[in-house]
Design a protein. Sequence first.
Length: 217
Amino acid sequence: MEAESSHRPRRDPEGTRLRLLEAATAEFAAHGFEGARVERVVVAAGVTTRMLYHYFGDKDGLYVAVLEAAYAELRTGERRLDLDIGAPEEALDRLVRYTFDFFQSNQVFVRLTQGENLLSGRRARRSKSIREMSQPLIDGIGRLIERGVASGAFTSRPDPLQLYISIVALSAHHINNRHTLGVVFGRDLAEEGWIAARREHAVEMIMRHVGARSGAL
């Protein structure tokens, strides 16, 4: 009996949950909520439909979990920026560059948020954790602005949320509208050189907005 039991596969609930999340993330990013199919998710994850419902309840629950995981990745990277440490202008520079690079390299996140916006944010609104994990960033930006003004590094005191949304706009608008803008202006907005120039432009725009000292970086 001992020999037989030793060959039984061990249960790995966390591994199963992660495989489902990874498969569902790819499915929702590719097809949106309406077009996504639970059947394809379980096949890609190598589990049964029963296991999906066991871990996430239903398709809605799975989708909300995917959104939460996507935002958690973004917020985790932001926390590592340590906005309370170092010269204010250097900390703000880190935030702008990180945000720009995250959107540029994480097209899955972009597609997921595009899809949820088309759904008017209805399912994201169900997640308490998305709001809770996001507020510390705005609080941190507020402290950063105050440090910058107090030290003379910044001459402007913008609203922290307004500033962050401007950073996101500069980081993502060209991605969300790449094809139409490219056609209208005859430019390839995915070209490496253009992206590099856009990144520096985003940093300069935000630094000018807070009145950062010229040549501080």
